[in-house]
Design a protein around this ligand. Structure first.
Ligand SMILES: [Zn+2]
Length: 358
């Protein structure tokens, strides 16, 4: 049953569009799921969805954070023939973009355009390119988006103007019972895990600690919402829930893949934004070992960062850690993850909430 709820929530969140700074649609879905599970919930001035579930005031206040935004683009120019130029919001691999379908969201800028608009990132036909050109990666500023119109006016009538956000469109699919693929798993996977942790706290009538939540905006452009959200929520300890890099595929030596699919959620030791607090790391490992919850340690490759990078430097400092679900193809159009890794992440985080007393 738990897995059915996780799947349904993840599918809905994955297919919803919420590029950094324009997170309203997925935020509304999350609000709908959590409003009856928390004592207080509100949207802060930047667009974070913050929530408090009261517990025993003698216990530390635990922050659970996952970011709502996904990587995408913003329209920088619409030319006379109605072709769009775009700039990235977040870190795309430009090699993965030509030939992709995109979904454009005029509604994020002007409410009078409720329908999304679809488009295609143009790929020059191989018949017309030289062997040399085909080896070259096209920079994002040189890509064109074709929305099927013939003029700038026609694009404008659909609400497609400078400043409108868009992202690559892919539907959610189950590859096997346990293997899932879809867009925006980074970090709707984290959001889904937090919703499931809340459901479980409610089912168990668990009020051990006060748990505060930040469904954060704008992580992909520098963990901006995590910083302000943590300041408001004043936690004593924090966990960021993430989707992280797995490169456990043929041709990549084992030592180069930070995590592996199917081996449980990954506990971070260090990345570019933070050295995880050793007490938080040991507490997570203890929960995993005692509860026989499958988990792995992410190889401390000092690249990438998470919301915890900002959270741990808030106010007087917050001991923080990161738990993440391994994902292949991260920061491309579609990711590949394992449902069992998500379920184990819920177990691990729930166990942490129950036992953290430092
Ligand atoms: Zn992320």
């Amino acid at each position: 049953m738990t897995t059915n709820k996780i799947l349904k929530t993840l599918e809905e969140l994955s297919e919803s569009i919420g590029v950094s700074g324009f997170e309203t649609p997925p935020r509304k879905l999350i609000l709908k799921e959590i409003k009856n599970l928390v004592d207080k919930v509100w949207v802060d001035p930047l667009g974070n969805l913050l929530a408090v579930r009261e517990g025993d005031a003698k216990h530390p206040r635990i922050l659970l954070d996952a970011h709502v935004d996904e990587i995408g683009f913003i329209i920088t120019h619409v030319d006379k023939r109605g072709f769009l130029r775009i700039a990235p919001l977040g870190g795309w691999d430009p090699r993965t973009l030509p030939g992709q379908r995109v979904i454009i969201q005029p509604h994020a800028v002007k409410e009078k355009y409720p329908s999304p608009v679809f488009g295609v990132i143009t790929a020059m036909p191989p018949h017309l390119t030289s062997a040399e050109q085909r080896k070259k990666v096209i920079p994002i500023e040189e890509l064109l988006v074709d929305i099927g119109v013939t003029s700038r006016d026609e694009a404008e009538e659909m609400g497609v103007v400078m400043g409108v956000p868009l992202t690559v469109w892919q539907s959610f699919k189950r590859l096997t019972d346990d293997t899932l693929t879809g867009k925006a798993f980074d970090d709707r996977v984290g959001c889904t895990i937090l919703i499931e942790v809340l459901r479980r706290l409610e089912e168990a009538k668990n009020r051990v600690a006060t748990v505060v939540f930040n469904f954060a905006m704008a992580e992909e452009v520098g963990a901006r919402g995590a910083r302000t959200g943590a300041f408001t929520l004043e936690p004593d300890v924090a966990l960021a829930l993430e989707c992280t890099t797995a490169a456990d595929i043929p041709g990549v030596p084992e030592y180069k893949s930070p995590t592996r699919l199917g081996e449980g959620p990954a506990i971070t030791l260090a990345d570019r934004s933070m050295i995880a607090h050793p007490d938080v790391v040991s507490a997570l490992k203890r929960v995993g070992e005692k509860g026989k919850i499958r988990h792995q340690i992410k190889k401390p490759i000092i690249t990438g960062g998470t919301d915890a990078g900002q959270i741990h430097m808030t106010r007087g400092g917050v001991p923080s850690g990161v738990v993440s679900v391994p994902s292949r193809n991260i920061h491309s159009a579609v990711s590949v993850i394992r449902l069992s890794d998500m379920v184990a992440a819920v177990d691990l985080v729930y166990g942490f909430v129950q036992t953290w007393k430092e």
